[in-house]
Design a protein around this ligand. Structure first.
Ligand code: FE2
Ligand code: FE2
Length: 370
């Protein structure tokens, strides 16, 4: 399957509303009070809530903000792209405007890319802040309202630290990517309370957990590594919150109701695959967006191993929720087409979160010392 013109048109869309300071989105869900205060009715959620209360960290004092970040030096350390290196990665720039690029242009592209990636992390964190505040209002269970309240605090801290990192350590901001915004809009628009969980805790945060892990392993910046490890220890708990809550509900749904969840998960997966095109970066560095996407995207967008890795947490978690195999394996077939089904038996995040919590704090402590 080659990249079609239609798909290219869709991928090339970038944020056209970049001067806006606010965005208003219609929230169609009912706010639910519950008079059943029987805390402890759901022991897995109670345990998670207790854990969250004791795992709060402080973005002001726990991270070493005195570390100086030299973006140019970091790019040089990681290796500046060039024609030969790109060819080894399967990207051929022959006959494109990139052929004329020298070291300065490639260096600048890498710096702008990290500004863009961190900006999208930041906007995604605000999405999580808003979605989880919505869960506090819409979920009918008291234990889930308690837990979600701790997550709201976690997300405020994540927005705080990413914004500070961008503002004081990097060299520019980007507006929210159109595909990410569309996904956040879909989640907020939906009137069913469990769709907030499915869209945010399972899909967006599942992808964030994989993306933060990749970046923490690759970055040469000790401050960013430390920041990501701390954030990941919270994110693993957030994904586990989604799994624990939805497992209970999905056990009671009909096949037709489950099909709506399968479709929602698939649409979210496609939007997330399509957001990693750096559309706004290409505009800023003065390259035609379609030309750049044609050059840098594999002929088949499902063929990119980096993209596939981002689904390493989502696929086993969907399996755990019964979404892969409901309706004769409808979602399983879609994930096969996306070539991400190989992750179905990876550890799901309910099993993984305690592990990640311990590892994150140990590593963060070690990197602060060393
Ligand atoms: Fe977060
Ligand atoms: Fe989160």
């Amino acid at each position: 399957m080659a990249l079609t013109d239609e798909h290219l048109e869709l991928l090339a869309v970038s944020n056209a509303d970049r001067s806006a300071a606010i965005r208003q989105v219609e929230n169609n869900a009912d706010t639910i009070f519950t008079w059943d205060y029987n805390k402890g009715a759901r022991p897995a959620l109670t345990k998670l809530y207790e854990k969250a209360k004791h795992s709060q960290w402080d973005g002001e004092t726990d991270l070493d903000w005195s570390i100086d970040v030299d973006q140019e030096a970091l790019v040089r350390q990681a290796g500046i792209p060039n024609r030969e290196l790109l060819l080894q990665l399967g990207v051929d720039i022959t006959g494109t405007s990139f052929e004329r690029w020298g070291e300065r242009e490639w260096l600048n592209l890498e710096i702008e890319t990290s500004n863009w990636v961190l900006s999208q992390f930041l906007h995604g964190e605000q999405g999580a802040l808003v979605c989880t505040a919505k869960i506090v209002e819409t979920v009918p269970w008291i234990d889930a309202k308690f837990y979600a309240a701790t997550q709201v605090m976690d997300e405020a801290r994540h927005v705080e630290v990413f914004a500070r990192y961008l503002d004081t350590k990097l060299s520019g901001w980007y507006p929210v990517n159109t595909h990410l915004q569309a996904l956040l809009d879909d989640i907020i628009n939906d009137h069913r309370w469990d769709m907030t969980y499915l869209g945010m805790q399972v899909m967006v945060e599942g992808l964030a957990l994989a993306a933060f892990g990749n970046m923490a392993n690759q970055t040469f910046d000790p401050l960013l590594r430390q920041l990501l490890r701390y954030v990941m220890s919270d994110e693993a708990r957030h994904v586990a919150f989604g799994l624990i809550s939805l497992k209970e509900l999905y056990g009671e749904l009909t096949e037709a109701e489950l099909f709506e969840r399968q479709e929602f998960a698939y649409d979210a997966a496609i939007r997330m695959r399509d957001r990693f095109q750096r559309q706004e970066v290409w505009e800023r560095v003065g390259v035609d967006v379609k030309e750049a996407i044609r050059t840098f995207t594999a002929a088949d967008p499902n063929d990119d191993p980096f993209q596939q890795l981002l689904f390493a947490k989502i696929v086993p978690n969907c399996k755990r929720l019964g979404l892969l195999d409901a309706n004769n394996g409808w979602l399983r077939q879609r994930f096969e087409e996306m070539r991400v089904i190989q992750f179905e038996d990876a550890m799901d995040t309910e099993a993984e979160y305690e592990l990640l919590d311990a590892v994150a704090h140990d590593r963060a402590a070690a990197s602060a010392e060393g």
